[in-house]
Design a protein around this ligand. Structure first.
Ligand code: COA
Length: 419
């Protein structure tokens, strides 16, 4: 039998969600608590849940679900603060008994086709393991700083921070969804994946007991300026002590700030809880205001890792959706074996911040795989750096620098919630 033969793609009906969840638990190595089921249902974009079902007894029990995935329909902020229709791929897992038969590959193709049919020009994801997705044309579109910040870390003072007030509350979808979604929709950092509408919308509020490991329920810090919310963060603490020393931790998840003062007030709060020695976060942009405000940058233990993986599904639509910061006229030759409509030569003409992208037969100035164009899309990686790394070929000297200057974003990209 050929790879991936003996299976068929299906949409997962609500009455089959437990089968879907069973595959997720097998693939992601975990046993969920019965009481957490509703949290997982809430986090899943149910109407976009897909699976591969066995159709041939040589593969397994006929009609059992062997592999699953789902995606959020959303918009993503691109350089210049504009937005592009985007699919957020998630929940992708193959039951260990069906691995390495090409099921992931088949599901990714299913995802690409359906996303394109809905007009989503870009697909993005978080990767459990970084080497998995480059083969499908995903590039590392943004990076994040994983940081451990010591209690009471000193900061350069920012005007107005002391005048802001802070509310600390237990996070609740009913009470806080509008506030959080409203603030998040105002963020203009490229890579911001706007929280979805429809099912899966309350993913950021879900809080399975089985994932807490001694931590509190998720809480919200809300910074206000005369009663108007100007920053928010999801956080939870864990009190620990040994030999009479309290070394509790505070974990910060999604956060966003509308101004430098709001950011400072937020992080002063998050890094100064009694009985907590260390505040940890996994989603700081590489140029987050906090990193510039800290007086002792070496006092923060940090590591830079991949954040969002980005895949252009419709090259001209995606490229025309963002803003550029330098005029240029460059012919780019793209290789794309998974979405052949992207392959070939594209003339990218940028004037006054906008690009026009059209097919051409002219000789290419640059040649690259779709994953390298995707990697540079949010403006966090320079195309010239990829030429220097031997990954992009430059045929016309100077054109990589021209397009790199046009595409680089003045602020580093980051997705601030993990979907
Ligand atoms: C990762 C996973 C989805 C792969 O599924 P699969 O059906 O076995 O993948 P495929 O058979 O389609 O493999 C396609 C290619 O990817 C490669 N690949 C698969 N898993 C990989 C991994 N973890 N790291 C690197 N490469 C991987 C395969 O070797 C294969 O390469 P080839 O075409 O050169 O032979 C599956 O093993 C799984 O569910 N793992 C646990 C959950 C997980 O990590 N999910 C991803 C969440 S982001």
């Amino acid at each position: 039998m050929k790879k991936a033969e003996g299976y068929r793609p299906i949409s997962v009906a609500e009455e089959r969600l437990d089968e879907f969840f069973d595959v997720v638990q097998w693939a992601f190595v975990g046993e969920w608590l019965r009481e957490d089921r509703q949290d997982y249902v809430d986090a899943l974009p149910v109407e976009r849940a897909r699976a591969l079902e066995v159709t041939d007894a040589r593969r397994g029990r006929v009609s059992e679900i062997a592999a699953v995935h789902a995606s959020f329909g959303t918009e993503m902020v691109v350089p210049g603060g504009r937005k592009v229709p985007t699919a957020g791929l998630s929940w992708l897992g193959v039951h260990p008994a069906h691995r390495r038969r090409g099921l992931m590959t088949r599901m990714i193709h299913d995802h690409f086709e359906r996303s394109l049919a809905r007009g989503e020009a870009v697909s993005v994801l978080y990767a459990m393991e970084a080497p998995i997705y480059a083969r499908f044309g995903y590039g590392m579109g943004s990076q994040t700083v994983k940081a451990e910040i010591p209690r009471g870390a000193r900061m350069w003072a920012v005007d107005g921070a002391d005048d802001l007030t802070v509310r600390l509350e237990r996070a609740s979808f009913d009470e806080h969804d509008e506030l959080v979604a409203g603030l998040q929709a105002r963020l203009d950092r490229p890579g911001t994946v706007i929280n979805a509408v429809g099912s899966g919308r309350n993913a950021r509020f879900t809080d399975p007991v089985g994932n807490r490991r001694g931590m509190e329920k998720w809480r919200l810090a809300i910074v206000e300026d005369a009663g108007d919310p100007v920053a928010y963060a999801f956080f939870r603490r864990h009190a620990r002590s040994s030999v009479g020393i309290h070394d509790g931790v505070c974990q910060v998840r999604e956060h966003g700030s509308m101004s430098p003062a709001a950011s400072q007030r937020l992080w002063q709060t998050l890094t100064d809880f009694d009985l907590v020695e260390t505040t940890m976060t996994e989603n700081l942009a590489t140029d987050d205001p906090l990193l510039h405000q800290l007086r002792d940058p070496r006092g923060v233990r940090s590591k830079v890792i991949d954040n969002l993986w980005v895949r252009l599904l419709d090259v001209p639509t995606a490229l025309e959706a963002r803003e550029y910061f330098h005029d240029c006229d460059v012919v780019v030759e793209v290789a794309d074996k998974h979405v052949p409509a992207n392959a070939g030569r594209w003339r990218v003409r940028v004037a006054g911040g906008d690009a026009q992208v059209s097919r051409t037969d002219d000789a290419p100035d640059l040649s690259m795989d779709i994953r390298h164009l995707s990697q540079c899309y949010l403006g966090g990686t320079s195309l010239e750096a990829l030429v220097r790394a031997g990954l992009v070929r430059e045929h016309t000297p100077g054109q990589a620098r021209d397009l790199a200057t046009a595409m680089l974003s003045p602020v580093a990209p980051l997705a601030n919630w993990d979907f």
